[in-house]
Write a protein that binds this ligand. Structure first.
Ligand code: FUC
Length: 791
């Protein structure tokens, strides 16, 4: 279960990521001059600012009038009046460089990232001495730990330096090397004005976020010393370097200057604590912590095709998605990256997780919330990493707090947010005060989509207290906004407007347009939110009156329609698409990750959705390919899903930005060229959807098994209702399964062949139209139920 290479990284997308949720590093593995590119998840440019458009109510009214008269292109232009500033950017923290005095002429070089223990290793031989490095990011010790060893006593000599592309200085204090700096007060998005200088303030008075990184060492043999130029180790046999960092960020609504945290005190405290422990202790606490999460899920699809020692980059190139071992590796890598980028107390992972080297990252390495941030968390629950969902839950709560103000500018109650945001939780349309375009900036439905994560957290864990105290109040307020935002059309349907199908345009009578009324995705999102709120209020046995309002509003939502190609319409009118192969497939929300459209409940619309997906073609960027795998899983077509598995698993050779292709880099990072992490998470989540589903009120085993994976097993994935599922299959059919009940709910289970539940006090069996059995049995909390397959 390793990523492995026989040479150092030649570029960033060959370097290997480690992370403890908050601190991240990209390890390059150079022999003479090792480079760890460093990140801290709260280091962003800018600060909280006022961004609400003062005339929003009047502009909204004007836009709605244009929409009513079919002037969609004109309405799209008027939407610019509503746009606030662009979001700010996620910043790199710096670099840790280790310069060794042994030269560069190494033999027997190897470099790896082992997913079984979350440790990256580098090894090589110079002058008969074997040098090894072990590098990991420890969540319990809040540190990045670098262990260096030489096979001969006294042969380890190097100096370590810290630097940063941000404004900074380095100093030494009490045996540690310090990197002190600040983020820019303003950083224009790279696609907007790449030549505009980044603006900094003075360190002591800047309104931007300040940061501090600290490096300390413990040596075995030899001596260590620190001066402003670096940390020097001479004649040692082994050394442990510990790096800690913190920033002054203290929440989206607090000034990092006057209400900030003290990065010096925090990083010094973390470093002192970590340096009190020897390497064996640091190693043990990291491995215990990591494995407690990672080991919960196993996947086996078959024998790997590639020979055992083949470097990962070559392996992707030679075999791609045909190598079952590589599929397993990429699957587990998504879980690894979840653990590395999202832990309780960290911020939600952004477009690049927590790994970014650029001061002008692509799309500002922001939170794009019209698919991307959500996709980052698709595998958290099914992949049995519920605690890693926590940063997303906290993010949604912050967005709700911030988004009330934006709702109010439209004259609405509740909370709302547009298509992207940053660490300051900007919720107005992030469109550069009218420089942006309506088809992306004017999407208004982030509230419903983000709220789905709260509801799903409840559904998977069956935690009523979480639902009552944390989830429902936020879901309800998102619904309150939707009730205010919806208005009646000429036929009495409730519609949204301006409404986009993110980020796609259509040909209207008055030109190319981005906004209309009641796009299919808007209606699906609102249906989903209302339905979840209705279920939540039933589960909590409260709020009946509000529930009734939702029930009646839901019945009046503008209905989905089938268009002239037999496709599920993307918009309420059967417009001609601007780009029939567009990477966004917003109107598929109701199939996946939503569940409004299913073969059993809505067969005609479900078939039309399938037709719409076919029309979209088989290409896409990384996240788009990953989404399509999940969609074909929901359509029950594993072989079709394999087309996208293979496409996503092609080696991507370019880092030039484009909107059409996908793939993976040699370090398995997903490409929407350049790197964008959502496709990694989407891949992992969608793969589970092929094997175990639970969105229709029952657990379904092997809903869409590809023919290429005739035998295998998956252990420990989670299903709604508080269940944990393990499953083995042969000849494409389930042969054994076990279900652990964590919540004691009745289990409903569907498999494509007759089954018996052992030791359950009896089960009721319904034979379904598809021919398989839908079995229901009562469970006790904490018990495991074995399933036998009979025919
Ligand atoms: C939107 C998408 C792009 C990309 C970016 C972060 O612009 O359309 O494909 O995901 O966000």
């Amino acid at each position: 279960m390793k990523l492995q290479y026989i040479e150092p990284a030649r570029r960033w997308t060959e370097a290997l990521p480690i992370g403890n949720g908050r601190l991240g590093a990209m390890i390059h593995g150079h022999v003479e001059s090792e480079l760890l590119q460093l990140n801290e998840d709260s280091l962003w440019s800018g600060g909280r600012k006022e961004w609400e458009a003062p005339g929003a109510k009047a502009s909204l009214q004007a836009v709605r009038e244009l929409l009513a008269s079919g002037k969609y292109a004109e309405a799209s232009l008027r939407c610019k009046e509503l746009m606030g500033p662009y979001n700010e950017a996620y910043m790199p923290l710096g670099d840790l460089r280790l310069h060794f005095e042994h030269g560069n002429l190494a033999s027997e070089y190897e470099r790896s990232l082992d997913l079984r223990d979350g440790i990256s290793r580098v090894g090589y031989t110079i002058g008969g001495v074997r040098h090894t490095r072990e590098i990991f990011a420890s969540y319990p010790d809040k540190a990045i730990v670098v262990r260096l060893e030489a096979s001969e006593p006294g042969r380890l000599t190097f100096h370590a330096r810290l630097g940063s592309p941000l404004r900074h200085r380095t100093l030494s204090e009490a045996g540690s090397l310090i990197l002190r700096g600040s983020a820019p007060e303003y950083c224009a998005p790279n696609h907007q004005n790449p030549d505009e200088p980044i603006r900094y303030g003075e360190y002591d008075t800047t309104t931007a976020i300040r940061f501090e990184g600290r490096l300390g060492a413990r040596c075995e043999g030899g001596a260590a010393s620190v001066d402003h130029d670096g940390l020097h180790v001479r004649g040692a046999t082994a050394a442990t370097l510990v790096f800690c960092a913190a920033t002054s960020f203290n929440g989206f609504d607090r000034s990092p200057l006057t209400e900030g945290r003290d990065p010096a005190a925090l990083s010094a405290g973390h470093l002192a604590d970590a340096l009190e422990r020897d390497y064996a202790e640091l190693h043990r606490s990291h491995v215990d912590d990591y494995r407690a999460l990672f080991d919960r899920v196993e996947l086996r699809l078959g024998e790997p095709l590639a020979p055992a020692g083949m470097p990962t980059g070559k392996r992707i190139e030679a075999y791609g998605g045909g190598d079952l071992g590589l599929v397993e590796l990429l699957f587990q890598y998504g879980r690894y990256l979840t653990i590395a980028s999202s832990r309780p107390g960290s911020l939600a992972s952004n477009l690049q997780g927590i790994w970014n080297k650029d001061t002008r990252p692509t799309w500002s390495s922001n939170y794009t919330i019209n698919i991307n941030t959500q996709m980052n968390y698709w595998p958290a629950l099914t992949g049995n990493l519920a605690s890693c969902h926590e940063p997303m839950l906290a993010f949604v709560a912050d967005m709700a707090a911030s988004g009330r103000k934006t709702a109010a500018t439209y004259g609405m109650r509740g909370w709302m947010a547009h298509h992207c945001t940053d660490v300051w939780c900007i919720t107005s349309p992030s469109g550069g005060y009218g420089n942006g375009e309506a088809h992306w900036a004017s999407w208004t439905m982030a509230g419903p989509w983000l709220s789905r994560h709260l509801w799903e957290h409840y559904e998977f864990l069956d935690d009523l207290r979480f639902l009552r105290e944390r989830a429902y109040p936020i879901m309800k307020e998102a619904a309150v906004f939707c009730l205010d935002w919806l208005y009646e059309d000429e036929d009495g349907y409730l519609v949204t407007g301006p409404s986009t199908s993110p980020e796609h345009r259509f040909h209207a009578a008055d030109g190319l347009a981005g906004v209309s009324r009641a796009s299919t995705m808007d209606m699906q999102l609102i249906w989903d939110l209302f339905t979840n709120c209705i279920s939540a209020s039933e589960a909590l046995d409260s709020d009946c009156e509000f529930r009734d309002r939702l029930v009646s509003a839901r019945a009046r939502l503008y209905p989905m329609r089938v268009g002239r190609h037999g496709q599920l319409q993307e918009w309420s009118v059967d417009f001609e698409e601007h780009d029939v192969h567009h990477r966004h497939i917003a109107h598929m929300y109701g199939v996946y990750p939503g569940r409004q459209l299913t073969r059993r409940e809505t067969p005609e619309l479900f078939a039309a959705a399938r037709r719409a997906l076919e029309r979209r073609g088989d290409d896409g960027t990384g996240w788009s390919l990953a989404w399509k795998i999940g969609l074909w899983a929901r359509f029950g077509d594993g072989n079709r899903a394999m087309t996208f598995v293979r496409k996503l698993m092609q080696l991507c050779e370019t880092e030039e930005k484009n909107y059409h292709s996908g793939g993976i880099y040699a370090n398995l990072f997903d490409a929407h060229p350049p790197f964008q992490i959502d496709g990694n998470f989407g891949f992992t989540a969608s793969l589970i959807e092929l094997l175990v589903g639970s969105h229709q009120g029952f657990i379904e085993l092997l809903p869409a098994l590809p023919d290429d994976w005739p035998a295998g097993f998956i252990k420990g994935v989670r299903a709604r209702g508080g269940f944990e599922v393990s499953l083995r299959w042969t000849d494409g059919k389930p042969t054994e399964a076990a279900i652990v009940s964590h919540a004691g709910r009745t289990c409903r289970l569907y498999a494509p062949r007759p089954l018996t539940v052992e030791e359950s006090g009896g089960a009721t069996v319904e034979t379904t139209a598809e021919g398989g059995d839908l079995v229901a049995f009562a469970t006790e909390r904490g018990r495991t139920y074995r399933i036998r397959f009979d025919g």
